[in-house]
Write a protein that binds this ligand. Structure first.
Ligand code: NAD
Length: 384
């Protein structure tokens, strides 16, 4: 039995006292009604709560599954309105990480930590070091990384008290900014979607001279997606709330610019959402004039009915967590001596995975989102 197995909830004590001054307890014993009272609870392997009086740390750490390997997932710091809200986020995000790792075949499981507090006012080196000690308690079953509210600099401080950390800069022996690899994965997802709709074999190196992509968001990922598409010969129609980025894309890629609300009405081959979540809802999908949706944004679907609507409209949807898996693939190469080349070759497999999902969805009359979830669930069994 390895360390992580030894620490699953059923065997874990209700109260942990591994670090002086810190109170670490099973969340099961800490929340009213227990974990089963949370709609997002799916028999997560282990969920802990930590309180450190000296630094003011209050944190939940949720391990959804170590079936495929140690959990790798970010640490989010946010001024949650209640413990219930914080724990809900940890449960939901850790399960989403399991699914993302499972379809990306990274040999990692899904875990996530949340720190309750305002990152602008409550974050101190003492609090971050205390968080590192909390991570240490799990003996490597959870590896932390940056997320919203935490930065690479914070990771360096957390790294003073735990070695179970990833996502450090290249100069510190880490895997650096994941955005370029995420973007390459999105480009592969677009290549696979186009190949599938045209009945061609998937080839990430294929040129795209007759393809137009409507790209929403020119940030860390979107900019690199635009670079790949431009290099492959695709025409770009772009939008961003930042006019400077739009102007640069016009100059560097000869992109056509549209307003942020007009992007849904653009006639193109692909709509690539690379800005923010929740953009696919019944209103925006009804407006789409592209046969493919493939982009980087997390949680693109505003509600559960959207995948079926896309299917009925004949729009091929590349499930978001499959298309944007390049980021977790990149970071998963950190432990064994980081190699960008290896991360990129692994990332190209996103296209193959999508082709498998597209075929299964057609064969079985399912949505691509449902097939992706099933694929992840099967790989994670028996913890589903
Ligand atoms: P980012 O903040 O660097 O970029 C987002 C861009 O979208 C910015 O340029 C912003 O100005 C623009 N934007 C915001 N609102 C917009 C709107 N309404 N219309 C058009 N543009 C808008 O973020 P990022 O790191 O590029 O990530 C983009 C998305 O991809 C997010 O949903 C993120 O969760 C997801 N993602 C990122 C990574 C990664 O490696 N960075 C990995 C997986 C998923």
């Amino acid at each position: 039995m390895d360390d992580s197995e030894a620490m699953r909830d059923e065997e874990a004590p209700d109260e942990w006292q591994p670090v002086e001054g810190m109170r670490i307890i099973s969340a099961e014993a800490q929340v009213e009604g227990g974990l089963a009272s949370f709609p997002d609870y799916r028999e997560h392997e282990q969920v802990l709560y930590c309180e450190d009086e000296a630094s003011g740390l209050k944190s939940y750490l949720s391990i959804h599954s170590t079936e495929l390997g140690p959990c790798l997932g970010g640490c989010r710091m946010f001024p949650y309105a209640s413990d219930r809200e914080a724990l809900t986020d940890a449960l939901r995000l850790s399960m989403a990480m399991s699914y993302k790792h499972a379809v990306a075949d990274t040999a990692h499981g899904g875990g996530k930590a949340v720190i309750i507090g305002d990152p602008r006012t409550d974050k101190t080196p003492e609090l971050l070091r205390a968080f590192g000690r909390f991570v240490n308690v799990l003996g490597g079953a959870y590896i932390t990384a940056e997320d919203s509210g935490t930065s690479v600099e914070d990771m360096r401080i957390i790294g003073e008290t735990t070695s179970y950390i990833a996502g450090l800069p290249l100069e510190d022996g880490g895997s650096g900014d994941p955005s370029p690899v995420t973007a390459y994965g999105v480009f592969c997802a677009i290549q696979a979607s186009i190949a599938h709709t045209r009945g061609n074999p998937y080839n990430p190196k294929a040129g795209l001279p007759d393809i137009t992509v409507a790209l929403q968001g020119l940030g860390h990922v979107g900019w690199y997606v635009a670079q790949h598409l431009h290099a492959a010969g695709a025409r770009l129609i772009v939008c961003d709330i930042d006019p400077e980025r739009v102007a640069r894309a016009q100059e560097e890629f000869g992109a056509e610019a549209v307003g942020v609300d007009e992007i849904y009405d653009v006639e193109a081959d692909v709509f690539a959402p690379c800005a923010l979540g929740g953009v696919l809802n019944s209103d925006t999908v009804a407006r789409l004039r592209t046969p493919i949706v493939a982009g980087a944004a997390n949680n693109q679907l505003a509600d559960e009915g959207v995948p079926r609507m896309l299917q009925v409209m004949g729009i091929l949807y590349a499930p978001d967590y499959v298309a944007n898996g390049g980021g977790v693939i990149n970071i998963s190469y950190e432990g064994e001596g980081y190699s960008l080349e290896k991360a990129l070759r692994h990332t190209e497999r996103i296209g193959k995975t999508l082709i498998e999902i597209f075929h299964a969805a057609e064969r079985e009359g399912m949505t691509t989102a449902a097939v992706a979830d099933r694929m992840a669930g099967e790989r994670l069994a028996p913890h589903q």
